[in-house]
Design a protein around this ligand. Structure first.
Ligand code: UDP
Length: 240
């Protein structure tokens, strides 16, 4: 690890919506390209990086179930959506000269490697960017839970959740002009105050492992690297 960086290994959670850019569905090539550039920059600075990618820009099981579909089938479709996004990110990274591997929690051997923890660790140690797809591989979970699980399993130093807002607020800043941003919170404060930032299962997993989480605004280019330099961007959720 280079001395000027705060972290040696990070787990980044990118929602499917992050890939949409200005669009309201699918993947914006410009947006995914910019995110790929930022991820490669961090990897080239010597930081090991794994990325959990969501699928909400394509399908979410809960939304499909609300429209009348079987929930488990909807969740399978949601998980496959994350594989589509991970393949797009793998392509964007490789087009820019980086090295990436999609590892899927659902076996789809012609498309992606299976998630095998030791192999994933080996990949990131070799400077490959591992893209964790298909969440945890089970219905009724989200990719937030997958991000918490992979962060803990990979012994990451921090879980970074990239969002479209610059941290956790007392209320939804889009709806409430009096909402203020927290710099720091404990896990229990997030759960007790019902601050809709990640699902409770994900926060509880991070709490039990004392995995620090930082919620930051990924719409500002360069924020990821600023966090690597130790800038207190967004909101930190931690045990101390
Ligand atoms: N999903 C699932 N199990 C998992 C992860 C995801 O069933 O472990 C499904 C679920 O239907 C979810 C969808 O995949 O809604 C897409 O993931 P998510 O909603 O977390 O994506 P994001 O909001 O991050 O774009």
């Amino acid at each position: 690890m280079s001395d000027q960086h705060k972290y040696q290994r990070i787990l980044l959670k990118l929602s499917g919506e992050a890939l949409m850019g200005e669009a309201d569905y699918g993947i914006d090539p410009k947006m995914i390209g910019r995110l790929a550039d930022e991820i490669i920059e961090v990897q080239r600075a010597g930081i090991q990086i794994g990325v959990v990618i969501g699928g909400g820009n394509i399908f979410r099981g809960a939304g499909l179930a609300a429209a009348g579909m079987d929930r488990v089938t909807g969740d399978h479709m949601g998980m496959l959506a994350t594989v589509i996004n991970a393949l797009a990110m793998q392509d964007a990274i490789e087009k820019r000269g980086g090295f990436a591997r999609v590892m899927s929690a659902l076996p789809i051997h012609d498309v992606a490697e299976d998630f095998i923890r030791r192999r994933a660790i080996r990949h990131i140690e070799k400077g490959r960017i591992v893209l964790f797809a298909a969440g945890i591989g089970n219905p009724f979970f989200t990719t937030d839970s997958a991000a918490a699980l992979r962060a803990v399993e990979m012994n990451a130093d921090v879980l970074l959740k990239a969002t479209k807002v610059d941290g956790i607020y007392t209320a939804d800043p889009a709806k409430d002009a009096t909402a203020t941003r927290y710099d720091k919170l404990s896990y229990d404060e997030v759960i007790e105050r019902k601050l809709a930032v990640m699902d409770t299962a994900a926060i509880a997993l991070c709490r039990d492992d004392r995995m620090p989480m930082r919620i930051y605004d990924m719409t500002v280019p360069g924020n990821l690297m600023r966090i690597m330099h130790g800038e207190p961007i967004g909101t930190l959720v931690s045990a101390d």
